[in-house]
Design a binder for this molecule. Structure first.
Ligand code: ADP
Ligand code: ZN
Ligand code: ZN
Length: 726
C-alpha cells in the first residue's frame, strides 16, 4: 500500500495524503509530478512531494487522486528541491510556493508540451480502413499523408480550419504523433559581432571570473556607466563556448527591448526573455526552451530564478540591490538570495552586479564569501559627472524648481543636450488643502492623504488605489478655496512646458506609461537625441543609458533623509547615485544638481564628496553598532484585521510562545501606516544573530499562528529578510 503525499495551493503549511488513482496502483510516482486531486468541493492541481507507506490519517478517510497529469516531473529535480527549500526558508505554504515556481500554464494543469513539439504522420498500411463517410477525417488524412516529414497540428489547422479530425484518426491508428526533431542551431561560433576591447579593469574582472571553476559568487561593483554589461557579455561568451546556458536576472523595469537587443546583437544564439507582461503561453514556451537547452540565454525578472536549465552555466543578477528582486507580497522570496543557493546547488558561478551594491552583498564581500571586483572608471571616454548641492532654503520655487536650477536647465538645452529631472512623486500635487482652515483631503480607507491628479482630474490614494472626484468645497468649513500643495510630475510638466515652450518634455511615471508599449515609445523618442527634458519618477533612475543627458536635477532629496526605516539611508543613497549616474554617459561632460533644504546633512555630504562606497563603509558600521542586518537576521510578521486592536491581539501570542534563546521579538506595534485600504495593521519583528535559530523559531511560530483562535479573523503574512519595514 502506498500513499501520495502532495502539496496543494492552500494557505495551510502542511502536506496532504491521497490514495493513488484506482487504475494506477502499481505505477511509479516521481516527486515533482502534477496530479489532479479532490479538495473539499473543488478539484485542484497538486504536486507530489513524497510517496509514503504510512498515511498521516486513517486510510479509510483518504480520497484518491483523480488524475496523474505528468509521467515525469516538468522541472528537473534540482529546481524542485530549490522550490522546496525556498518554501521552507521563507516560511510560505508549500503548495503555493511549489506552484509559483512553475509557469502559469502548468499551475493550471495544462499538459507540459511544447507547441509544435509533435508532428503528425500518416501510417502507411493502417489496419483499419479510412471511413469513407467521414469527409473531414478523409481530408485531414490525405493532407497529413502528403507531408512525408510530418505536419504540425497548427499547420493542419491553418489549412483545414479545424483539427477535430486528429483525435479520431489517432484512435483508429491511421496517423501517429512523433516528436519533432529538435532543430538546434549548431553554429559553432556564438559571436555575432565581436566584443568591445576591454579596458584594464574590465579585463581583470573577466579574466578573474573566467579563471574560477564551479560555484563562486562575484560582486561586480562598477560605477554607473563603467561597462558592467560588457563584462557580463564576455563572461557569457565563454559559457556559450562550453555549450552551456546563462540566466540573467534584471530589475522589473530594467527588462527593456534594449536590454534584450544588446544580447541578441552580440550572440548568434537563441535568446529568450521572461517577464510579467508577456502572455502566459509565450512565457511557458520560453521556459520550455530553457529547460530543454534550446534557449542559450534567458533574460528575466524575479520569477525567472526558477527557470530550469538543461546545461546551467552561470547566473547573473544585474542591479542586485534592486528591490524588485524581492517579492513584496504573498510569497516573499528574494530572487537575488535564491540565486546564491541555486548557484551553489548547480555548482555554477553567480555574478551580482551593481553601481550601488546592497550592504548585505558588500558585507559578504568583506567577509570573503564573495569575490569583490571593482570597476572604478567609466567605460569608453565618459567621465563621472560633477555633483553639487543646491540649498533651496528661502528660495522661491516654481513647481519645485529654484531660479538657479532653471538657469542651468536653459544652458544645457541651448547647448543641444537633454536634461533629466527626477521627482519621485507622480500626480499633480501630493495633497489638496483648504486655504481657509488647513483641512487636507484624506483617504477614508488609509492613514494617508489623497494625491491630486489633473489628467484626468481626480483625487487618488497611492496606497489603496481609491479614487474620487475633486471636491469643490472644504469638508470642514465649506470654503471653496482649495489649493494644490507641493509638486508632482504632472505639475512640474506643466511648469516646464511654460518655461521651455520650444523643447519637448518626456514625462515618465506610472501614469504616463500605463498603456502597453508607451514606455518604449517615449524612450525611442528620447533616443533620437533631440534636445529636451526627461521628467520622471524612479522609473527613470535605473539602468537606462541616455546618451544625450548632460544635466541631471534631483528636485527634492529631503524626503529620503529622515526615514524611520533602517534601510532608508541605503535606499536614498542608491537612488541619488543611480539617478546621478544618468548624466554624461558618453562624450558630453555630465552635471548633477541636487536641491535640498539640508545641504549639511551627513548623507548628502558623504555622497557628494566621497561617493557611494564611502557612504556604504560608514553605514555598514552603523548597522554593526545597532545590530541590524547584515549583522543580525530579521523577520516581520504582519497582521491585518478590520477591527482596530484585533491584529495586535493576534500577534500578542508571541509573548506567550516559548522563545528560543537568542531570538528576540519586538512588538507587536502598529504598522507605520496603521490603517491601509480599510484594515488595521500590526507588526511583530523577530530578530536573531543566527539564521538557523530564527528559522527554527519561525517554523514553530507559524504553526501556532495557523491554529490561533483568531486565525480566521486576521490576515497575516511572514516576511523573512524583509526589504522594507512597512
Ligand atoms: P553599466 O552596465 O556599468 O552601467 P554599460 O555596460 O551600459 O555600463 O556601458 C556603458 C557604455 O559604455 C555603453 O555604451 C557601452 O557600450 C560602453 N562600453 C562598455 N565597455 C566598453 C569598452 N570596453 N570600450 C568602449 N565602450 C564600452
Ligand atoms: Zn476649510
Ligand atoms: Zn487609501
Amino acid at each position: 500500500m502506498i500513499f501520495l503525499r502532495v502539496a496543494i495551493p492552500s494557505p495551510l503549511r502542511k502536506l496532504f495524503d491521497y490514495l493513488p488513482p484506482v487504475k494506477f496502483q502499481a505505477r511509479e510516482y516521481q516527486p515533482g509530478i502534477r496530479l489532479l486531486v479532490p479538495f473539499g468541493h473543488r478539484t485542484l492541481v497538486a504536486i507530489l512531494v513524497e510517496v509514503v507507506s504510512q498515511a498521516q490519517v486513517d486510510s479509510h478517510k483518504l480520497k484518491a487522486v483523480l488524475e496523474v497529469i505528468d509521467d515525469t516531473p516538468p522541472q528537473p529535480t534540482f529546481i524542485f528541491d530549490l522550490a522546496l527549500w525556498s518554501a521552507q526558508y521563507y516560511q510560505h505554504p508549500i503548495g503555493d510556493a511549489l506552484l509559483q515556481a512553475l509557469p502559469i500554464h502548468l499551475r493550471k494543469g495544462e499538459k507540459c508540451e511544447r507547441v509544435h513539439e509533435y508532428l503528425l504522420h500518416a501510417i502507411e498500411n493502417p489496419e483499419q480502413p479510412l471511413n469513407s463517410r467521414a469527409k473531414k477525417q478523409q481530408e485531414a488524412y490525405l493532407l497529413i499523408k502528403q507531408h512525408g516529414e510530418g505536419i504540425s497540428a497548427d499547420a493542419l489547422k491553418a489549412e483545414l480550419g479545424s483539427i477535430a479530425a486528429i483525435k479520431p484518426l489517432l484512435e483508429k491508428g491511421l496517423i501517429e504523433k512523433k516528436h519533432r526533431p529538435h532543430i538546434i542551431k549548431s553554429s559553432s561560433e556564438p559571436l555575432r559581432e565581436p566584443g568591445k576591447t576591454l579596458n584594464p579593469e574590465q579585463l581583470v574582472a573577466v579574466e578573474y571570473i573566467n579563471a574560477q571553476q564551479g560555484y563562486q559568487t562575484f560582486l561586480l561593483d562598477g560605477i554607473t556607466g563603467s561597462g558592467k554589461t560588457e563584462v557580463y557579455l564576455q563572461v557569457i561568451e565563454k559559457v556559450l563556448r562550453e555549450g552551456k546556458q546563462a540566466l540573467v536576472l534584471v530589475p522589473e523595469i530594467g527588462l527593456t527591448p534594449q536590454t534584450v537587443f544588446r544580447f541578441k546583437a552580440r550572440f548568434n544564439v537563441n535568446v529568450v526573455y521572461m517577464h510579467s507582461n508577456m502572455s502566459d503561453k509565450a512565457r511557458f514556451q520560453a521556459w520550455l526552451q530553457a529547460r530543454d537547452g534550446d534557449a542559450k540565454i534567458i533574460i528575466g525578472t524575479r520569477s525567472a530564478i526558477f527557470t530550469p536549465m538543461a546545461h546551467p552555466g552561470i547566473i547573473i543578477i544585474d542591479e542586485e540591490h534592486d528591490q524588485s528582486f524581492k517579492q513584496q507580497d504573498g510569497y516573499r522570496y528574494s530572487a537575488r538570495d535564491l540565486s546564491i543557493v541555486r548557484g551553489h546547488g548547480e555548482n555554477i558561478p553567480v555574478i551580482l552586479g551593481s553601481a550601488t551594491p546592497s550592504l548585505e552583498s558588500l558585507q559578504n564581500a568583506n567577509l570573503k564569501r564573495y569575490h569583490y571586483l571593482a570597476l572604478n572608471r567609466r567605460a569608453g571616454n565618459a567621465v563621472p559627472p560633477s555633483v553639487e548641492l543646491l540649498d533651496i532654503k528661502a528660495c522661491n520655487l516654481n513647481a519645485g524648481m529654484s531660479e538657479p536650477l532653471i538657469e542651468q536647465i536653459k544652458i544645457h538645452l541651448n547647448d543641444g543636450n537633454q536634461v533629466l529631472i527626477f521627482l519621485n512623486r507622480r500626480g499633480f500635487a501630493p495633497s489638496l488643502s483648504c486655504h481657509n482652515c488647513g483641512w487636507i483631503a484624506p483617504c477614508k480607507r488609509c492613514d494617508a492623504r489623497l494625491t491630486l491628479h489633473q489628467k484626468p482630474p481626480h483625487l487618488h490614494c497611492h496606497h489603496c488605489g481609491s479614487q474620487k472626484p475633486i471636491p469643490r468645497q472644504c469638508h470642514e468649513c465649506n470654503s471653496t478655496e482649495l489649493t494644490a500643495q507641493g509638486t508632482g510630475t504632472e505639475r512640474a510638466e506643466q511648469a516646464l512646458s511654460e518655461l521651455f515652450p520650444d523643447f519637448p518634455i518626456w514625462r515618465i511615471d506610472r501614469d504616463s506609461t500605463s498603456r502597453k508599449n508607451s514606455m518604449q515609445e517615449i524612450i525611442d523618442k528620447i533616443n533620437q537625441q533631440q534636445p529636451g527634458i526627461l521628467l520622471g519618477t524612479q522609473m527613470l533612475a535605473k539602468g537606462h543609458h541616455f546618451a544625450k543627458v548632460s544635466l541631471v536635477a534631483i528636485l527634492e532629496a529631503d524626503s529620503g533623509l529622515f526615514s524611520t526605516d533602517f534601510r532608508g539611508m541605503e535606499r536614498t543613497a542608491q537612488l541619488i547615485t543611480q539617478v546621478s549616474g544618468r548624466a554624461g554617459r558618453e562624450e558630453i561632460l555630465g552635471q548633477v544638481i541636487i536641491q535640498t533644504h539640508h545641504p549639511e546633512h551627513p548623507l548628502l555630504q558623504k555622497l557628494v564628496h566621497s561617493g557611494y562606497r564611502d557612504f556604504a563603509v560608514d553605514e555598514i558600521n552603523n548597522r554593526a553598532n545597532s545590530d541590524l542586518p547584515p549583522f543580525s537576521h530579521i523577520a516581520i510578521i504582519r497582521a491585518e484585521a478590520s477591527n482596530a486592536g484585533r491584529a495586535e491581539a493576534f500577534l500578542q501570542l508571541a509573548q506567550q510562545t516559548p522563545t528560543i534563546e537568542n531570538v528576540i521579538s519586538f512588538g507587536p506595534f502598529p504598522a507605520p501606516m496603521e490603517k491601509k485600504a480599510g484594515v488595521y495593521r500590526s507588526h511583530l519583528i523577530l530578530q536573531s544573530a543566527r539564521r538557523p535559530l530564527l528559522q527554527q523559531f519561525l517554523s514553530q511560530f507559524c504553526l501556532q499562528l495557523e491554529h490561533h483562535p483568531l486565525a480566521n479573523k486576521v490576515r497575516w503574512s511572514i516576511d523573512v529578510d524583509p526589504y522594507d519595514m512597512f
